[in-house]
Write a protein that binds this ligand. Structure first.
Ligand SMILES: Cc1cc2nc3c(=O)[nH]c(=O)nc-3n(C[C@H](O)[C@H](O)[C@H](O)COP(=O)(O)OP(=O)(O)OC[C@H]3O[C@@H](n4cnc5c(N)ncnc54)[C@H](O)[C@@H]3O)c2cc1C
Length: 551
C-alpha cells in the first residue's frame, strides 16, 4: 500500500509512476483484446451505429461482455474480472475509437453498473451484476432533470413508500439519459418524501416508467439519449440502493471513477485522429509540396502528440496511484478525486484541441461528412459537458484542495517551497493568496477560483509528464522525442500558468503587496532555452517514423 495522498503532487514527488511503458503483460493483453474488438467489430459498423441501430449496439455489448470487457470493475464473484483501475482505464481508452460506442459502453460499465458494484446488497449484486457484466442486460443512470443538471441534488423526482410498505412510488422526469432507448435497468435518483436524496434500481418493465423520444444531438448520434418519465412508478422496496438519504454519496463517488476513465477514454480517439491526419497531410500536396513538409502542419502534429502524451501521463499516473493506495476501492477513488477531476478537464480540453487541429489539417475535407474527422470533431464536444461540466470540476478541484488544507490533511501552506518545482510553487502561492484574501467566501469569486484550478492543472500536467520521463530515464536512455514533448508541454504550461497567476494576484492584492507578489510569480518564470522549431521537428520525426503516435 502506498502512502501517497490525493493532492500531494503539489508538495512532493509521488512514489512509483504508472505509465504506458510500465503496463504489465496482463494489462497489455486485455488492452489488445479491447483494441481488436474496437477495430474489427465496432469501427467497420460505424455507419449502422450512427444510424441508431440499437439492436446492433445491444449485440456489440453482448460480444464485449463475452470478452470480459464489461466486467473489469465487477468482482469475480458476480461474473466480472475484478481487475485494477489501470486495466479499467486501458479498456476505456480502447473503446473510445468511435464516440457513440464509447458513450454507450461507458454508461453500461460505469454509471450504470458501478452503483450496484459499490453500493448494492449481496442480493442486488447477484441479481443484476452477472447480466450487466455479460451484456445480456443494458444499464442506464438517471440523475439529470430539466431543472437540475450541475445542481444534481436539486432533483425534484420524489419517492414515497406505498401504504403497504412493499413499494417505493416514484414520480418525476429525468432527461438526457444515455442508453435509455434500450436499457433494461435504470439507476434512478429521487428524494424520499421530497427531501432525502436516494438511489433506486428501476427495471424498464416497471409500471409507470416510460421512455420519451430520442434527442437529436450534435454528436455521438448513434448513442441513445432520452427522457425517462416516472408516474406512480412502483419499485419493490428491496430495490432501494444504499441507505435512504445517502444518494449523494453514490452519485458523487461514481462520478470520481467516471471522470478518471473519461481522462483515458479520450486517448483512443485522439490517437486515431492523429494517425489519420498524419496520413492525410503526407499524401495531400499543395504548392507542389506534401502538406506535412510545412512548418505550420508540423506545429499542429507536434501539439497533438504533446497533448496525448500529457493526458496519458496524467490519467495512468492517477490510476496507478489509486491501485497502489489499496484498501477500500471507494475510499481510494475519493482520495484521488482531485486528480480525477483534473484528468477529466485536461482530457476533454485536450481532445477538443486535438480534434480542432485534425479538422484544420484536413482543410475543407475536414468539414465534409465523408471524412471521419468531421464526426470525431462533433463527438468530442460532449466530453466537456457531462460527468460534471468542466466549470464544476474546476470549482471542485480548488474547493477540495482548500478543504483538505483546512482540515490539516494537506500541508499546502506550511510545507517549504524552496526546493519545489516552479509550477507547484506558483499554484501554492496563488492558493495561499486567495485563501487569505477571500477566506470561506472564495467560492463567490469564481473567476479567481478557475484561475487557481488552471494553476493546479498546469502543475499536475507538467509534473506527470516529468515523473513519467524520470521513471523511464531510470530504466533506459530517454528517446529525444520524449524530451522534446516534455519541453513542449512545459513551455506552454508555464506561459499559461504565469497568466493565471497574474489574474489571481491582481484580484487578491493591491499596491505594493500586488507588486511584490507579481515579482514573486515572475521569479518562478522559466525560460526554455530550446529552439521551438527544433522541438517540433524532433517530435514530428518520431511521429512520421511510427506513422502516428509512437506507442
Ligand atoms: C449526450 C448527453 C448524455 C448525457 N447522459 C446522461 C446520463 O446518462 N445520465 C444523467 O443523469 N445525465 C446525463 N447527461 C446530462 C449531463 O450530465 C448534464 O447535461 C450536465 O451535468 C450539465 O447539466 P445541464 O445540462 O443542466 O447544464 P447546467 O447545469 O444548466 O449548466 C449550464 C452551464 O452553466 C454552468 N454552470 C452551472 N452551474 C454553475 C455554477 N455553480 N458555477 C458556474 N457555472 C455553472 C455549467 O458549467 C454550464 O456551462 C447527459 C447529457 C448529454 C448532453
Amino acid at each position: 500500500m502506498s502512502t501517497f495522498h490525493g493532492g500531494e503532487f503539489l508538495l512532493n514527488e509521488g512514489g512509483a509512476v504508472m505509465a504506458p511503458e510500465f503496463f504489465s503483460p496482463e494489462q497489455r493483453a486485455l488492452f489488445e483484446t479491447a483494441m481488436r474488438f474496437s477495430r474489427e467489430q465496432v469501427l467497420p459498423k460505424a455507419a449502422r451505429i450512427e444510424a441508431k441501430d440499437f439492436g446492433l449496439l445491444r449485440e456489440l455489448l453482448r460480444e464485449a461482455g463475452e470478452l470480459g470487457l464489461l466486467g473489469v470493475d465487477v468482482p469475480e464473484a458476480y461474473g466480472g474480472l475484478g481487475l485494477d483501475k489501470t486495466t479499467s482505464l486501458l479498456v476505456a481508452e480502447a473503446k473510445s475509437l468511435l464516440g457513440s460506442w464509447s458513450v454507450t459502453f461507458a454508461a453500461q460499465t460505469g454509471i450504470g453498473t458501478l452503483p450496484i458494484v459499490y453500493f448494492g446488497t449481496d442480493a442486488q449484486k447477484q441479481q443484476y451484476l452477472p447480466s450487466l457484466a455479460s451484456g445480456e442486460k443494458v444499464a442506464a443512470y438517471a440523475l439529470t432533470e430539466a431543472g437540475s443538471g450541475s445542481d444534481a441534488l436539486g432533483a425534484r423526482t420524489t419517492a414515497r413508500l406505498s401504504p403497504d410498505g412493499r413499494h417505493w412510488v416514484l414520480d418525476g422526469a429525468k432527461q438526457y439519459i444515455t442508453n435509455a432507448g434500450f436499457a433494461d435497468v435504470f439507476i434512478v435518483f429521487a428524494k424520499i418524501d421530497g427531501t432525502r436524496f436516494s438511489a433506486f434500481i428501476v427495471e424498464r418493465s416497471t409500471p409507470g416508467l416510460t421512455v420519451g423520444p430520442e434527442e437529436h444531438k450534435m454528436g455521438i448520434r448513434g448513442s441513445s439519449t432520452c427522457p425517462v418519465i416516472l408516474e406512480d412508478a412502483r419499485v419493490p422496496v428491496e430495490n432501494l440502493l444504499g441507505e435512504p438519504g445517502r444518494g449523494h454519496v453514490i452519485a458523487f463517488n461514481i462520478l470520481n471513477l467516471g471522470r478518471l476513465k473519461l481522462g483515458s477514454g479520450v486517448l483512443g480517439s485522439m490517437k486515431t485522429q492523429l494517425a489519420s491526419a498524419l496520413t492525410y497531410v503526407t499524401l495531400r500536396r499543395q504548392f507542389d509540396t506534401p502538406l506535412v513538409r510545412f512548418g505550420l502542419t508540423r506545429e499542429k502534429l507536434a501539439r497533438m502528440a504533446a497533448a496525448i502524451y500529457a493526458v496519458e501521463s496524467m490519467a495512468y499516473r492517477t490510476s496507478g496511484l489509486i491501485d497502489a493506495f489499496g484498501g477500500d476501492p471507494l475510499a481510494a477513488l475519493e482520495e484521488f478525486a482531485i486528480e480525477a477531476s483534473l484528468a477529466k478537464v485536461v482530457g476533454s480540453e485536450a481532445l477538443g484541441q486535438v480534434m480542432d487541429d485534425a479538422v484544420q489539417l484536413h482543410g475543407g475535407a475536414g468539414y465534409i461528412e465523408e471524412y471521419p474527422v468531421e464526426r470525431a470533431y462533433r463527438d468530442a464536444r460532449i466530453n466537456r459537458i457531462f460527468e460534471g461540466t468542466n466549470e464544476i470540476n474546476r470549482l471542485l478541484v480548488v474547493g477540495t484542495l482548500l478543504k483538505r488544507a483546512a482540515r490539516g490533511q494537506l500541508a499546502l501552506f506550511e510545507a517549504p517551497t524552496a526546493q519545489t518545482p516552479p509550477l507547484k510553487a506558483l499554484a501554492r502561492l496563488g492558493l495561499k493568496l486567495a485563501a487569505e484574501a477571500f477566506g470561506p467566501s472564495l467560492d463567490q469569486h469564481q473567476v479567481v477560483t478557475a484561475a487557481l484550478a488552471d494553476l493546479v492543472l498546469e502543475a499536475f500536467v507538467v509534473d506527470s509528464v516529468a515523473a513519467r520521463n524520470r521513471a523511464l530515464a531510470a530504466t533506459r536512455p530517454l528517446e529525444p522525442w520524449r524530451v522534446a514533448i516534455e519541453e513542449h508541454v512545459a513551455s506552454a504550461a508555464h506561459q499559461r500558468a504565469q497568466q493565471a497567476a497574474s489574474r489571481v494576484i491582481a484580484a487578491c492584492a493591491t499596491g505594493e503587496a500586488r507588486a511584490a507578489h507579481l515579482a514573486s510569480a515572475r521569479a518562478l518564470q522559466v525560460d526554455f532555452p530550446g529552439n521551438p522549431e527544433q522541438v517540433i521537428e524532433t517530435i514530428v520525426i518520431a511521429l512520421e517514423a511510427a506513422r502516428g503516435y509512437p506507442s
